[in-house]
Design a protein around this ligand. Sequence first.
Ligand code: 5RP
Length: 248
Amino acid sequence: VYNGWDCKRSGTMGAELSPIEMAKYVAGRRAADLVEDGMRVGLGTGSTAAWLVKSLGARVRNEGLSITAVPTSSRTAALAREVGIDVVSLEDARWLDLTIDGADEFDLAFNLIKGGGGAHLQEKIVATASDRMVVIADPAKAVAQLGAFPLPVEVIGFGWTASRKLIAEALEGLDVLGREITLRMAGETPFRTDEGNLVLDLHLGRIGNPRQLALVLNQIPGVVENGLFIDICDAVVIGHPDGRAELR
Ligand code: 5RP
């Protein structure tokens, strides 16, 4: 069942999926069934969202599903086109019925850390321009408290070291465990987002008050957007390696 078309398209050429990849596949495949004909849908970014896009592509080709799709990154746009999904800009779609995206962490209140792939700016814009946001995840993404995953913060290149200093100062007064800040690299050069900006990863260990932190970070000059998604996610589809999918 799982080594059919989707896996071959993913380049595994029919090889067994690892348990974690199977869980991601199940989450993406199950969430694709939430999409109804005629819907305007935001397509997330990342390895889990890639399974969603491939599963939706299969529905478009096999069932004639008709959707208006808005990608959250250039990577997702390219994949969507490859699997037969036409994409439009958010300006053209104006508003979306549903966005489905992955996450790096989600807590009991469905607050999220996103941006492991550096796409959290577009992801947040698209998710908040949607009636509903559904997260797709493997079980390891569920946490009691956010913060073990480094929090991505997109900053503009101009004066980024000053922005980093201001972020470090702001962290002093906040309920976090660690305070290390690293510039995300892509090999030898700094990683650049689709908007050409930089990403700082905040190694916080534990975030005591995610809402407060999200507000504080976005007040700092040079910060474009942080990876905390507060009160944005409505539901989570958790895929399991044994093929079960859980909708919370
Ligand atoms: C990209 C994201 C991704 O959704 C997040 O990093 C999860 O990715 P994956 O599904 O590959 O674990 O926020 O910016």
